[in-house]
Design a protein around this ligand. Structure first.
Ligand SMILES: Nc1ncnc2c1ncn2[C@@H]1O[C@H](COP(=O)(O)OP(=O)(O)O)[C@@H](O)[C@H]1O
Ligand SMILES: [Mg+2]
Length: 434
């Protein structure tokens, strides 16, 4: 079969920090063969390069300093990739694709990447937008509020069942439901703040929304940076978790500013399938190379804590789309984003692995002594790292108290209890010897 090639040419717009609307940053050309992207190019606009607050659309494959060296520099994605990472991040990877396919009546993953990019809408993750002309206006899109949650959950269920969502419901739902990640979700406006609402799934083995929220709150008790969370109990008994968006900020005039976000996948110039070869120390190195002045040491410590926390709660879904970096315009550098998507995974076996490499001693093995072996790469002295591990172990040991305070019933706690191994059985003793 011969499949045709086509080129998608768009102006890439970016909302610069503190501004409600986006400005054109440059021109993207994306070549596709059938539905498969095969090559991309990007050229910054000269006017954009002259802006004092310009930010690289993709810090690793479209650096501004390269563009400023010679006008009209044509960028291409890192070797082996057809898409620029930051452009890939602007389209959903899973859930939002199902929403777009439902709207367009297409098969799962049956659309060209450019259709997902085009339909992800104004509320997509981060600060990018794609338009046909440098003076084209932003797409409108009024977000639903928490009062619409029952309707939103109904629409999400239809999408999961492969049933077409009726037009009226689609209008309400599709505006903010094009986010990535596997689980059903939608963006909401509530109390003048934007939230990612994460829904339950019929086949869940435990109450994921309540447990995810309580786990994020446990992480906060450990001293990590976590957005505000809420849980909403619907009249029909279903629970929904809300987590405030870290890539939106309310501006004095009442509209929302956007923050530029790239995934860790992008920062490491990787394809999804390479995730298993990456490690937490690679992310620490990313912070050393691209971090915001004055925050590098703090963010590397925060990253170390997240790795230790994931070990303690068996969150083994710590892949490269579950870590992100946010542009800090004032400090002209990238910060580790606030924490998101941390869920304990109950399991039988006691030997466990994270997705990302933990330490030089034992690779991806999820143990505390393995984490300690990486301390230096996070800029931490051994005894300081050991104190962090001891502190987190102590807080996580009391997880049931925290979960109870955040309304997780005891029966639900029992279902996930096996995710929490005794710190002594996963290397705390070795750490304490330090
Ligand atoms: N609080 C947040 N602020 C901004 N973006 C977020 C937030 N939480 C999640 N995201 C984005 O949405 C994506 C999906 O959310 P996630 O919680 O990872 O869902 P899932 O459990 O389905 O993987 C993330 O990869 C991230 O890009
Ligand atoms: Mg996720």
């Amino acid at each position: 079969m011969i499949s045709s090639t086509s080129t998608w040419s768009k102006y890439v717009f970016i909302a610069l920090e503190g501004a409600a609307d986006a400005v054109p940053a440059g021109k993207l050309e994306l070549l596709e063969e059938g539905i498969k992207p095969i090559a991309s190019t990007f050229v910054y606009g000269n006017k954009y390069l002259q802006r004092a607050n310009a930010v690289a659309v993709d810090p690793v494959s479209m650096p501004l300093h390269e563009a400023k060296k010679s006008r009209e520099t044509v960028f291409q994605p890192p070797a082996g990739l057809a898409l620029f990472g930051a452009i890939r991040d602007a389209a959903p990877d899973s859930w939002g694709r199902r929403v777009i396919e439902n709207m367009l009546r297409a098969a799962p993953d049956g659309l060209p990447e450019t259709e997902y990019l085009a339909h992800a809408g104004p509320h997509r993750t981060g600060a990018l937008d794609f338009r046909d002309a440098p003076n084209a206006p932003a797409e409108p899109g009024k977000l639903p509020d928490a009062k619409s949650l029952t309707y939103l959950l109904d629409a999400a269920a239809m999408i999961q069942d492969g049933k077409p969502v009726p037009k009226k419901l689609q209008l309400l739902f599709s505006v903010g439901a094009t986010f990535g990640g596997a689980r059903p979700k939608a963006v909401l406006l509530d109390d003048n703040r934007q939230w990612v609402a994460k829904f339950p799934v019929a086949r869940d083995g435990f109450n994921v929304p309540l447990v995810e929220r309580a786990t994020l709150e446990l992480a906060r008790q450990c001293g990590m940076r976590v957005p505000e969370t809420r849980s909403i109990h619907l009249p029909d008994g279903r629970d929904v978790m809300l987590i405030e968006r870290f890539d939106r900020m309310l501006l004095p005039e009442g509209s929302f500013g956007k923050r530029h976000v790239v995934s860790a996948l992008t920062m490491l110039k990787m394809h999804e399938s390479d995730t298993a070869s990456a490690s937490y120390t690679d992310l620490a190195d990313t912070l050393s190379d691209h971090g915001a002045t004055g925050f590098v040491a703090a963010d590397k410590t925060e990253l170390f804590k997240r790795m230790v926390f994931n070990i303690l709660v068996t969150n083994d879904d710590d892949h490269l789309r579950n870590h992100a970096f946010v542009w800090d315009g004032a400090k002209k550098g990238w910060r580790l984003s606030d924490l998101y998507d941390v869920v304990p995974k109950p399991q039988v076996g006691s030997e466990r692995f994270l997705v990302l490499g933990v330490g030089p001693a034992k690779g991806r093995l999820a143990t505390l002594d393995n984490a300690l072996s990486a301390a230096g790469r996070f800029g931490l002295l051994k005894h300081v790292a050991a104190e962090i591990i001891q502190h987190l172990s102590g807080v996580v040991r009391e997880w049931r108290t925290c979960f109870e305070a955040f309304d997780v019933p005891k029966t639900e706690c029992d279902k996930i209890a096996s995710a929490f191994r005794k710190p002594q059985s996963i290397g705390l003793r070795e750490v304490e010897k330090t």
